[in-house]
Design a protein around this ligand. Structure first.
Ligand code: PGA
Length: 240
């Protein structure tokens, strides 16, 4: 793991955007994936600024979302798809070559997972996968005990994730399942960027990056990735 400890959230966001920009510069036909959640917002803004100012050329780049709450689509505020729409897709002056946003409202969810697999298979492997980390160490919705070989799948949300999700939805929605890229697909990415900020992430970052590699802490599998950047603000790096 390559650790990058930044002075604050803004620097963390810029460093993550730097890695993505380098990956695209090396491979203009890249397949890239960003997470939802609070953590990546600054990186999205930095990425969009660089694209709109002509510093990053995405005309041949494809984009795929990481995960979605089952029952929600990109029309639902607080969903991962909606976050992608308003902070990335709709604010880019120039479009990606292709965009695949997971629909958690699909009538046939297994079919939706198959579509995600097919998109990654056709355009992949992922050139760069940017990830946040849950308080339980989840990556996307690969919760505790996740299969490290998995492709896209539907998964029950852990208690921790269900508790944390009120920050996105209040009591408007209470999803119990997620649909997500699998750890197998994430581990096949050429470059992985894990970002985290704030003191509340310090414990899980220490367990994921320095603790035992175990499916009980899904992000710990990234210790076995050959090209993984862990980009943190000072507070999240405190217990390393
Ligand atoms: P957060 O979510 O960025 O809102 O903390 C991270 C995650 O659960 O993956």
């Amino acid at each position: 793991m390559n650790f990058v400890v930044c002075k604050d959230y803004d620097e963390m966001s810029k460093k993550a955007a730097d890695v993505v920009a380098e990956c695209i510069a090396r491979n203009p036909h890249a397949l890239i994936s960003f997470p939802g959640g609070d953590t990546p917002l600054g990186m999205f803004q930095e990425f969009v600024r660089r694209v709109n100012e002509g510093e990053i050329d995405i005309s041949n780049v494809s984009y795929v979302s990481l995960d979605e709450w089952v029952g929600l689509s990109d029309q639902d505020e607080g969903s991962c798809g909606h976050f992608n729409q308003i902070n990335l897709i709709q604010v880019l002056d120039k479009p990606f070559k292709q965009v695949h946003i997971i629909n958690g409202q699909a009538a046939d969810l297994q079919e939706e997972a198959n579509r995600l697999d097919a998109f990654i298979q056709e355009n992949g492997p992922l050139t760069v996968s940017v990830l946040g980390i849950g308080l339980n160490g989840h990556l996307g919705f690969n919760e505790e005990g996740a299969d490290i070989q998995s492709n896209a799948h539907i998964i029950p949300l852990s208690e921790t994730t269900q508790r944390v999700m009120s920050k996105y939805f209040g009591d408007k929605f209470s999803p119990t399942e997620g649909i997500t890229q699998g750890l197998g697909q994430i581990m096949k990415a050429n470059t992985v960027v894990l970002i985290a900020n704030g003191e509340k992430k310090a414990d899980i970052i220490a367990r994921a990056a320095k603790g035992e590699v175990t499916p009980l802490v899904p992000a710990s599998i990234l210790q076995q990735h050959e090209n993984c950047f862990v980009i943190l603000d000072k507070a999240a790096a405190e217990r390393l």
